[in-house]
Design a protein around this ligand. Structure first.
Ligand SMILES: [Zn+2]
Length: 116
């Protein structure tokens, strides 16, 4: 397994996607809990609490997964601050070299241009 240019978050990417999906799914439960409460037959408060908790835990987990393994820089938050609104997530998932410490999974970013 010698993929050149493997992204830092390549091995976490599916986990981050799952937490992202959970975060998105939790949003309507927070804002329109009554719809889900009547569907599930429970109190709206429980739907609201469960959705808020899911949102927070999923988002925290995604943020935790998105850290640089070397220096701990949060690539998800870094992308939010430094990239455009529409592209920060793609940037975070596709970053190959840590913008702070220069860490990369291949570790051979210096030896480019080797014709062969
Ligand atoms: Zn780093």
């Amino acid at each position: 397994m010698n993929n050149s240019g493997e992204t830092i978050l390549a091995r976490q990417q599916w986990k981050i996607r799952i937490t992202g999906i959970l975060t998105v799914l939790a949003v309507p439960g927070v804002f329109v809990p009554d719809t889900f409460a009547s569907f599930l037959g429970v109190e709206p408060l429980w739907v609201e609490l469960a959705s808020a908790l899911t949102f927070i835990v999923a988002f925290a987990f995604a943020a935790w997964l998105s850290r640089c393994p070397n220096c701990g820089l949060n690539l998800l938050f870094y992308g939010m601050r430094h990239e455009h609104v529409g592209s920060w997530l793609a940037w975070s998932l596709n970053v190959k070299t840590c913008p702070r410490c220069g860490y990369s999974l291949s570790g051979r970013e210096n030896s480019v241009g080797n014709a062969g």
